[in-house]
Design a protein around this ligand. Structure first.
Ligand code: SF4
Length: 293
């Protein structure tokens, strides 16, 4: 069996070498893929372009194949630009959840997205990266570096737990995406490796036990709105970590707990659409209608 990766080890190595966690992850990827640092960043810049396109697709007002979702990203955008409305969460988080909905809607309409880490959770990372990028005028290359950090966090979660809703519930999909985004957000704001670890741990703890229960087996409900919730959760955890709040449970142990919770989850709550929201009377009526149509 392959040795489990350890985020704590990597964060510790970065701290010992007195380099940022982004630089640590870029060097690691450069060695592993036998590519130059510049090539790794160039690859990430190309991925950011696709992510940005997926936001635009969603904001063009697409409708999903099953007909359950579409238009909510535009609705939220209109709400935030209406001066008469008093935002509950402020412009940056509002923009993040708008973009998360947009990418989720693009995915549900079969548009091109970046699975980060999965198609179902593809709205979270673009939402956090681009909303912070816009709010703080962060250079594109810094977003690319943060994306490499997010990838490294995803690799550790995949190695110790899972990134799949079928294996570990939605905590493994939207939870992992949020954890990746939280670490990336800390890096974008100049946080330490230790703060990256705390942001990841806090995010996963707050999303532990989230089940996978897609209505009619489609990645529409609850998936699209869960992307918005996960993006907000990532920002909440990053804010706490940057303020110096720590997780009592170390990050690797949190990831291991997520793996254990996923394994003990009933299979009705792991992408089979046999439990949770998917078997509510309204969901069953929609399922019948969608398959009849
Ligand atoms: S509910 Fe299931 S299918 Fe939907 S995003 Fe979560 S893990 Fe993916």
């Amino acid at each position: 069996m392959n040795k489990k990766l350890s985020l704590q080890e990597w964060l510790g190595e970065a701290e010992q070498s007195r380099i940022s966690f982004a630089d640590f992850c870029i060097s690691q990827q450069s060695n592993f893929l036998e590519k130059s640092r510049q090539d790794i960043i160039t690859d990430m810049l190309a991925i950011l372009d696709v992510m940005e396109q997926s936001v635009m697709t969603g904001l063009s007002g697409v409708k999903s194949r099953g007909g359950l979702v579409g238009g909510d990203a535009l609705r939220l955008q209109a709400y935030s630009s209406d001066q008469a409305q008093r935002s509950v969460i402020g412009p940056t988080v509002n923009r993040a959840i708008t973009m998360a909905l947009a990418v989720g809607e693009a995915n549900a309409a079969m548009g091109k997205i970046v699975a980060a880490p999965t198609a179902g959770s593809s709205g979270v990372l673009p939402a956090v990266l681009f909303s912070l990028g816009e709010a703080w005028n962060i250079e594109r290359v810094e977003l690319a570096k943060a994306l490499i950090v997010a990838g490294a966090i995803g690799m550790v979660i995949a190695s110790r737990a899972s990134l799949s809703g079928a294996a570990g519930g939605c905590q493994a999909e939207c939870g992992s995406a949020a954890a990746m985004a939280a670490g990336a957000a800390v890096v974008l704001h100049g946080g330490t490796p230790g703060q990256v670890g705390n942001a990841v741990a806090i995010t996963l703890k707050n999303m532990l036990g989230l089940v996978c229960d897609p209505v009619a087996g489609l990645v529409e409900v609850p998936c699209v709105k869960r992307n918005a919730g996960a993006a907000a959760q990532a920002m909440v955890a990053a804010e706490m970590a940057l303020a110096g709040i720590t997780s009592v449970i170390p990050v690797d142990e949190v990831i291991d707990a997520m793996a254990a919770v996923g394994s003990s989850m009933s299979c009705t709550l792991r992408e089979t659409s046999q439990g949770g929201l998917a078997v509510t009377p309204t969901a069953l009526a929609w399922t019948q209608k969608i398959f009849k149509d």
